[in-house]
Design a protein around this ligand. Sequence first.
Ligand SMILES: [Zn+2]
Length: 370
Amino acid sequence: MPYTVPKLNDYSQSSLAKAASECIAACQAEAAQVRNDADLKSFRDRWMARKNGILTQINDLWLKGAPKDAKREAGIRVNELKARITELVDAAHVSSSTDSLAADAVDITLPGIRRPIGAEHPVIKTMHEIVGVFQKLGYSVAEGPVVETDYYNFESLNFPPNHPARDTQDTLFIAGQQSKPQRERLLLRTHTSPVQIRTMEQMRPPIRIVIPGTVHRNDPPDASHSPMFHQIEGLAVDTNITFGDLKGTLDHAMKALFGSNVKTHFRPSFFPFTEPSAELYVTCFICGGSGKRGSDPCRPCKQTGWIEVLGCGMVDPNVFEFVKDNGYDPKKVSGFAFGMGVDRLALLKYGVDDIQLFFQGDVRFLQQFA
Ligand SMILES: [Zn+2]
């Protein structure tokens, strides 16, 4: 119950003394409750305010209301009380501000709180490095959906329905699509190549793009396979693009990535969406091309001295047919495309022997690359 000023009926010495001491006790109790500046202000106002503050009420009720013969005694008592209350209120000011200073104080001798700084995941770091090399060559970055239609993932990339080349990509299909026409059925993209068609639908030639992203295949996880992995795809289309441009661009990119003394080497290959197609090998950046590490065989290059890093080729004219209306007439433009597995390059680069380590999220493993 907050203190209220009682009316006095009895103006005897003892009764006045009792009322005064109750008032002082109440003021002391309230002073002890002051916790902050706002408390202090309302405490001071409650007791000292000229209009209806407790001291004013005491003046009105105890002094002005006193009978004539008790006025003198009451006046002395009230003046004493006022002095005491004023002292208490002033003291509350002082003690309250030292309390809050103590509470806000910072002990600068305590050790600080160390916040761990995050770092790029080795796969993302490798991806950024590769993308960076092509950005310096004037390539821009394009991205597309991970859930893709059969049309963009296969058909428009020259994988006709029922073509055996589709079997080489163990595809994860979205369930319950049987009622749709085949080209509209959804799947998890098996490569980043659908973004080539999506970009050519949006932008007229010339284009130069790199496409980083995640892809999925129905591969059971083991030391070199993961159902989810990362690719970077590249595409350049213009008039008069030749295989010489492809070789020059990729040779430059490999030297930028693996060091200026790596040699590049192209071997014929097959991809449905490029013709001719090739696999690009670089001299092993672990053994320097010798196939040996001291007296031991070099495992990453299987002692051959060469490491396959990507697939590439000249864009098949059949692919341009799907975007012919947007300026990609195969009789007028030509281009090259390439694609590489980022996780595999990160494995080689950091000498990691199990791809699963990249995706298990073990901080002790990942900290080594920070
Ligand atoms: Zn080697």
